[in-house]
Design a binder for this molecule. Structure first.
Ligand code: ATP
Ligand code: MN
Length: 478
């Protein structure tokens, strides 16, 4: 007999038929005459209840049916009197993989997220992490669908790169040199010409620069790849290894760029609401449970309500300078409640400032544009005021910055001057400058941190819980 997936079984009306399922035991409850076994195969958040008559199965077999054990069960699907619509009356139970209850780390109770992070190799076996995994998958699919439907092409940009123009000390080096005894130049510095690539190489911090090359030929492209940052940020929003989506579009100005970013985020959130309803409901209940411990004024909006709110309301768009004025006149600034003072034009906004604008002042997602040139990257287009650049950051509740983007500087002379002023090695970046030498056009793009999106959509409080194997300072397990 062919095995059926629990998701399909729960949807079917095959009452009275004999079926076969396989999965892992979530819980077992013993009553006088029967054992109730909750089986989950990962196809859905929902379990299939198996009813095992103690008169049919030996005590020895039922003793092996413990949380975490893997079973194949054949039986008759019947209507259920309990919470679920159907249940399976077992005729045959095969314990394919035992899970010694004295050793198996996951007990049929609520574990803390910290405990599960330490046991990340097993955390998929929990409701929370299997729900996150399914939502993550749906969002990956939705990203590709959104761009495909709009005629964008997916480009694979390199993971190992020789350019460190963007990195500014945040890059992981890639080398095959013997670190204990590296070849040296006469001045004592490491001689990278003897390294694998004949030069110093790093893991990429962004696919943008290579993405621009493709956009200036294919018009609309996007990348979706792993990104690495050796920043020592022990926050709930930073990972050392994360995934980023970077669309890049020729003939788009900053307004087109903002429109696309807003449409994209709303599409993804709506996609989750439409396609991940059961998992989101579970995650919402989980969050509500956690919120109970918080004081009333610190509780966040219910998850589904929050997602719908973002999906239907226009984002607020304003300039950096306007934001600075709002922040300077804000209550927390006047009462000295911000950890970082808002001095004025030139202040790099911190997460607390971003969140104040979004959560307290506007109560909506915000797109900030026209940042001071000196706090943003070299490739952003210089505005007419020559003080600001055509940058845009999309700020979300709870997350802060979820997207960073800009219109790019397409004028060769302005770009070269800027690179000189910012000490960007011109010779190394010659390939990039060729785009501005030959057929240069206005173009724009942005980067969405995939895990920041998943953090928002799942309502999880920490980015380490929305990627299967988080890499953070001093932590690289599994
Ligand atoms: P932040 O100020 O929050 O560190 P950033 O300015 O360094 O962000 P960008 O370089 O603009 O971010 O990267 C684009 C997007 O990538 C960000 O908007 C964010 O969603 C995501 N991102 C950046 N750094 C990280 C990180 N360390 N872990 C996870 N996502 C990140
Ligand atoms: Mn950063």
């Amino acid at each position: 007999m062919k095995r059926q997936e629990i998701k399909e079984i729960l949807k079917s009306d095959a009452i009275g038929t004999t079926i076969k399922v396989s999965g892992w035991v979530r819980t077992k409850r013993e009553s006088k005459n029967v054992n109730f076994i909750n089986l989950n195969d990962g196809s859905t958040i929902n379990n299939l209840q198996i009813v095992a008559d103690v008169a049919v199965f030996s005590e020895e077999l039922l003793r092996k049916v413990t949380t975490g054990a893997a079973l194949t069960v054949t039986g008759e699907l019947v209507e259920s009197g309990g919470q679920q619509a159907v249940e399976l009356i077992a005729k045959e139970i095969d314990v394919i993989g035992e899970a010694d209850p004295d050793k198996y780390p996951l007990q049929p109770k609520r574990h803390s997220l910290e405990f599960l992070r330490e046991n990340a190799h097993l955390r998929y076996r929990t409701n929370t992490f299997s729900a996150i995994a399914r939502v993550r998958h749906s969002m990956i699919f939705a990203v590709h669908k959104f761009f495909t439907d709009k005629g964008f092409f997916n480009i694979h940009t390199p993971i190992i790169t020789a350019s460190d123009a963007e990195g500014a000390g945040e890059m992981f080096h890639v080398t095959t040199l013997d670190m204990a005894n590296p070849p040296r130049n006469e001045d004592g510095s490491i001689n990278y010409s003897e390294d694998f690539f004949g030069k110093q190489t790093n893991l990429t911090v962004s696919g943008q620069l290579e993405g621009e090359l493709a956009a200036l030929a294919l018009s609309k492209i996007y990348t979706f790849g792993p990104t690495f940052r050796a920043e020592n940020s022990n926050t709930s929003r930073h990972l050392a290894e994360f995934w980023m989506i970077e669309p890049e579009m020729a003939f788009y100005d900053l307004n087109d760029n903002m429109d696309l970013a807003e449409e994209f985020l709303k599409y993804l959130i709506k996609y989750a609401l439409d396609n991940c309803a059961e998992d989101l409901k579970f995650l919402s209940d989980r969050q509500q449970q956690e919120e109970k411990d918080k004081p009333q004024d610190q509780r966040s909006m219910e998850l589904l309500e929050k997602l719908k709110f973002v999906a239907v309301n226009d984002f607020v768009r304003l300039t950096y300078t306007e934001a600075i004025n709002i922040l300077k006149n804000s209550k927390p600034a006047k009462k000295g409640k911000f950890k970082y003072t808002v001095e004025g034009f030139g202040t790099d906004l911190q997460s607390e400032h971003e969140r104040y604008l979004v959560e307290k002042h506007f109560k909506k997602p915000v797109i900030l544009i026209d940042y001071p040139a000196n706090i943003k990257a070299f490739y952003m287009k210089v505005n007419e005021d020559s003080k600001t650049v055509a940058a845009m950051d999309v700020l979300f509740p709870q997350i802060g910055e979820i997207i960073g983007g800009s219109q790019r500087e397409e004028r060769l002379d302005v770009l070269v001057e800027k690179m000189k002023a910012m000490d960007i090695p011109l010779k190394e970046m010659d390939w990039y400058l060729d785009t501005r030498r030959y057929g240069s056009v206005p173009h724009s793009g942005f980067g969405l941190g995939f895990e920041r999106l998943i953090t928002f959509v799942t309502g999880m409080g920490n980015i380490r819980d929305v990627i299967p194997f988080p890499r953070t300072p001093k932590n690289c397990e599994f």
